[in-house]
Design a protein around this ligand. Structure first.
Ligand code: NAP
Length: 342
């Protein structure tokens, strides 16, 4: 596992920060079931074990290979071929699959859910998840949708690490009628995974994430492909001379194609609205360049720079130039090297 060293060295400090219970205290959940054991599912497992939040961890995925890998890495203690088997006896079920299959998963697990269990998800879109999952959840089981605002461009059970959620936001979007005790318990669970929590309406979540995450990914996918088409003309110059900005786009564009296909298919209205606004603002810049309007360009760039400074001041990103990647590999500490791979 690529992150093993960084994970183990950071365990005690981060666990203390996350408020892990004292030794011997019962875990918050007796049995957690992970449906989907990729980057997010495996990171939840690592972080939950770090903080001593769960007893057993059951899991299922699409393929037997992933279940085997997750067992081998200790991410799950019990592996199953189907989601229905995995959720039996679980008091916490977390659906960590691509958004497009969450409805089918909810339908499959519904008859096997234990009374009083909490069912949640981690999907990057929330209104479509509520639409697709909520109708299947039986009475007496609590459905509390969620979205950790934390991730990397990597996928699969080997990509996960315990620190992924440390200091990051997790948004919960419980429908108004949701049991307050279940919401409070899931909130505490995510806090102990290391996150800050915000409760939000699902539609509002989708609008906010459309501009902060979904449209930026679409821009990255598009600009990398535009450059790739050029590369056929100019040989390897696009790669050879790629500056930091373009390299950052290629990192974002390396994200999982299935996950992102499902995000755009399931957050259509909000993404189209934000894309429209983006295109209008782009035309303003295009006109300023065409007509030599330096004042407009400089004002736009200064405003954007102020926003970046605000993000750094809020502790949401590093102030290091080039995100701290500027040092030659040999001079970089192990921990920094691990982080830069994410
Ligand atoms: P991932 O690494 O690609 O893992 C996806 C997992 O879902 C895999 O274990 C896959 O199994 C399983 N899966 C796929 N189809 C399934 C099905 N029909 N039934 C059961 N399992 C199935 O993806 P991820 O990055 O963890 O993302 C998972 C969810 O988290 C997505 O909804 C995404 O929107 C959300 N999210 C992602 C990020 C991020 O940065 N990646 C951040 C926040 C939230 P196989 O391995 O066998 O195919």
């Amino acid at each position: 596992m690529a992150h093993g060293k960084a994970v183990s060295t950071a365990v005690s400090a981060a666990a203390a920060k996350a408020g892990s219970p004292t030794a011997g205290a019962p875990p918050m959940f007796r049995r957690m079931a992970l449906i989907g054991i990729g980057l997010i599912g495996s990171s939840i497992s690592h972080a939950a074990r770090r903080a001593g939040l769960v007893g057993e961890i059951a899991g299922s995925a699409r393929t037997p290979e992933t279940v085997e890998t997750a067992k081998r890495l200790g991410i799950i203690s019990h592996g199953f071929a189907s989601a229905a088997e995995a959720v039996r006896g679980a008091d916490l079920v977390i659906v960590c699959t691509p958004v497009g299959v969450c409805g089918r998963v909810a339908q499959e697990i519904a008859p096997h859910l234990a009374p009083g269990a909490i069912v949640t998800d981690v999907g990057s879109v929330k209104a479509a998840i509520v639409r697709d999952m909520a109708p299947h959840i039986p009475a007496g089981v609590h459905f509390v949708p969620g979205h950790p605002i934390a991730g990397t461009e990597q996928s699969g059970p080997e990509a996960g690490f315990a620190e992924l959620f440390d200091g990051r936001w997790c948004i919960l979007t419980p429908p108004p009628e949701t049991d307050a005790g279940a919401v409070a318990k899931l909130k505490l669970f995510w806090e102990r995974l290391g996150s800050h929590i915000e409760l939000m309406d699902a539609n509002h979540h989708d609008m906010v994430l459309a501009i902060t995450s979904h449209v930026p990914h679409l821009i990255a996918f598009n600009i990398v492909n535009t450059a790739a088409h050029l590369e056929r003309v100019t040989d390897s110059e696009v790669i050879k001379f790629s500056a930091g900005g373009f390299r950052d786009f290629t990192r974002i564009a390396a994200s999982d194609p299935v996950m992102w296909r499902d995000v755009f298919l399931n957050n259509r209205e909000a993404v189209l609205e934000m894309l429209g606004r983006f295109s209008e603002d782009l035309v303003v810049l295009q006109r300023a360049i065409r007509f030599g309007d330096g004042e407009t360009l400089q004002t736009h760039f200064a405003d954007a720079r102020a926003i970046r400074r605000g993000i750094v001041q809020a502790g949401q990103d590093t102030a290091a130039p080039d995100f701290g990647r500027g040092k030659p590999a040999a001079a970089t500490s192990d921990a920094t090297a691990e982080r830069s791979k994410r």
